[in-house]
Ligand binder design. Sequence first.
Ligand SMILES: C[S@@+](CC[C@H](N)C(=O)[O-])C[C@H]1O[C@@H](n2cnc3c(N)ncnc32)[C@H](O)[C@@H]1O
Ligand code: SF4
Length: 394
Amino acid sequence: MSINDTGLNIVENNKNNLSIYVHIPFCNSKCAYCSFVSVVGNDEEKKRYFNDLVTEIKLQSKNYRQFYSVGSIYIGGGTPSCLDYYYIRDLLSSIYKNFSVKNTAEITIELNPGTIDKNKVREYILSGVNRFSVGLQSTNPKILKSMGRTHTPEDFDSAITTIREFGIKNISADMIIGYPKQTLTDVKETLMYLISKDIPHISIYMLQVEDGTALKKMVDNNAIALPEEDLVIKMYNFVSEVLAERGYTRYELSNFAKPTFESFHNKIYWQRKDYLGLGLAAHSYISGTRFSNTESMEEYTRLLETVEQLPTVMSKTLTIEEKKEEAIMLSLRTAEGLDLEAYTAEFGENFLAKKKSLIAKLIEANFLKLVNNHLVCTQKGFLVLNQIVLQLCS
Ligand SMILES: C[S@@+](CC[C@H](N)C(=O)[O-])C[C@H]1O[C@@H](n2cnc3c(N)ncnc32)[C@H](O)[C@@H]1O
Ligand code: SF4
């Protein structure tokens, strides 16, 4: 290692990138469709959780600080913005103390409309947050109500105004398509509203009916009906077409961005690059090993407080076959697709030659296309991505 300043900088710059996800498992109330690990929680529970989180940060930094510098931090949940701002300030300051965070790092926080004010946004920015992801889901008040959302479309509007007052441009919004009783007109209205607000990054999720949710119970009891598959396809085709016309790139199945607004952090997941998950139920992928934290708050607390032990409960080093499957599954979600040359370099086999007749059939049927030696999903392919991946991996 060089002893002069320049040399030390070179060592710093040569460190691998690490992206950090922090899970905040608190929400003001539970949405009907949501299976993310979160509770309402009281002040004492919140305080305790953040103390434990700092212990986890300190323990994990011993493993990674030396070899990595942090290129992105994503504070998700749950609803990080339902807490007093100082929890987030102290959390970030602990990460800065314990890890080497690049000064160009993308730092995102998830917000719910109706949970922020000027002071919170100012404090987030002072703490280093430079990207805001706001959950709108729908502009139809009836749909919002049936989802169990506690905000109005106007709350979203005022959240965006507040964030922009501080000069922040890097804003993302979430919307859901395929919700019971949602019509194509509802989807059009929500999308056109987001476009009219010039939101530069939009995540559009097709509803997943998750086990253990209130929605799943209602569907199982026939209390609520899911929309026909054809309608959901129409919704997805509509949003994809309109966003393309308006200058958004679909850089991943559910993520659309104006130039320069793609999320660095999101892309880490699909590129199978290293990320460290901190907090309850957080998942990590580092050097070919996937590991995850306990989903039990009791166990999380016990491990960190009584034995100062990491709350990891699952760890799996991927086999070559599993790595190949992940490479196919994750890359086909992206606009770039599967880089066939990189695949050959990593796995020592020619994927195109190995699956020649199947790939030819999928291309012929317009599910896949070949672009500059990348295997890429077509619009038709994106709609049946799981089936395509299953066939390619069998
Ligand atoms: C961690 S969640 C929520 C962030 C924030 N608490 C909120 O609700 O706006 C991230 C996003 O996942 C999406 N999501 C959650 N559960 C979903 C489900 N079952 N199906 C489809 N999208 C879902 C929602 O769009 C949500 O905004
Ligand atoms: S969608 Fe967001 S606000 Fe609703 S329960 Fe899930 S994490 Fe909480």
